[in-house]
Each structure stands twice: as structure tokens, then as C-alpha cells.
Design a protein around this ligand. Sequence first.
Ligand code: ZN
Length: 154
Amino acid sequence: MKTFRRKILKLLGYSYLSIVLLPYNFLYSSTKKIINPNLSKEQKDIMFNEGTERPYQSALNYEKRKGFFHCANCDAKLFASTSKFDSGTGWPSFTESLPGAFKTKIDYSFGMKRIEYHCSNCGVHHGHVFDDGPGSTGKRFCNNGLCLIFKPES
Ligand SMILES: [Zn+2]
């Protein structure tokens, strides 16, 4: 009888939890959509599972031309080349994003408190923003290169 009651409680507990989490999961997943059907496995891992590419992998670290950095999933304009700087971290870094380009949330993974940011338009993860940037904003947007597409000014 005791184990039976425990089973019922367990079942109730689980269903209660799924009812509580359902709207969250629904809302969360509904804002993140694959728009670019040609995304690679690595790109999807970063964008949809908040992964991080290994440092010094992206050719965009060395991109110095004038232009704009767009979301590799939805093509939204995210950064102007004028805000890019060499942070020495091995990831493309920016002092500021274009207005409204991103939304942020607090990320507690790996035992750290960091500010994660994601594309306002399609919801995919791009990177983390820190308060040790060199510009007047004091911000350092540390972006996965695989999430960005650079379009030079023509
Ligand atoms: Zn996007």
C-alpha cells in the first residue's frame, strides 16, 4: 500500500511538473525556429542547444572589412563592423549590437552567472555579453562565429 501511494504521488508529481513546464517549453520552442535549412550540425548545436564553438576557429575573427554581421539562421542584421574589436579571446567580439538585435537571459551553466543573448527575430543563441568591453558601452559581446554571416558594404 505504501509503495502504491508513493507511485501515485510520483505520477502526480511528474504530471504536475509537466503541466507547469509545458507552457514554458511551448513558448520557448515556438520562438526558436530553423529558418535557414542549410545550417550545419555545429551551427544547430550552438544555436539551439547553446553550445560554444572552439576558439580561433572562425574566419570572422580576422574580418576587417566594412559591413554588417547577420544572423546565420534568419539573416537579421545584428552588428555593424564599426563595433567589432580584437578581444584576443578567439571569438568575434563587439562593443555593441544594433538596436533591438538581441534579447538576453541569465545563464547559470558551468557554475557561472553569465548573460546569454539570442537573436530577437528568430530566438537562436549567439553568445554571451560581458561588462569588460573596451568601448564607451563597456560591453563585450562574445559571439560564436558560426552564428554569423558577414556581408561587406558594397
Ligand atoms: Zn536570427
